[in-house]
Design a protein around this ligand. Structure first.
Ligand code: SF4
Length: 72
């Protein structure tokens, strides 16, 4: 079976296109550096909707219903 690039489907992948890293390069949150494609990785975690929500909550905090009604 052919191995594929794990990074593009990993929760730790942040492509950051504004830095013009190239199609296959990106920032790895787990490794804290720009990485090239990994075919095997001990930090790999499949990106799922639940994991993205958990990561966003960790980064930005939770927004409760009362905050959505605030007029900034
Ligand atoms: S954790 Fe591994 S697979 Fe995921 S983005 Fe970083 S290097 Fe790629």
């Amino acid at each position: 079976m052919e191995k594929s690039n794990l990074c593009v489907k990993c929760i730790n992948w942040d492509h950051r296109p504004e830095g013009a890293p190239g199609e296959r390069m990106g920032y790895c949150i787990a490794r804290h550096r720009i990485v090239s494609p990994h075919l095997e990785c001990e930090y790999y975690q499949l990106r799922t909707a639940d994991r993205v929500a958990t990561l966003n909550n960790r980064l930005y905090g939770q927004i409760d219903d009362s905050m959505e009604e605030m007029d900034f």
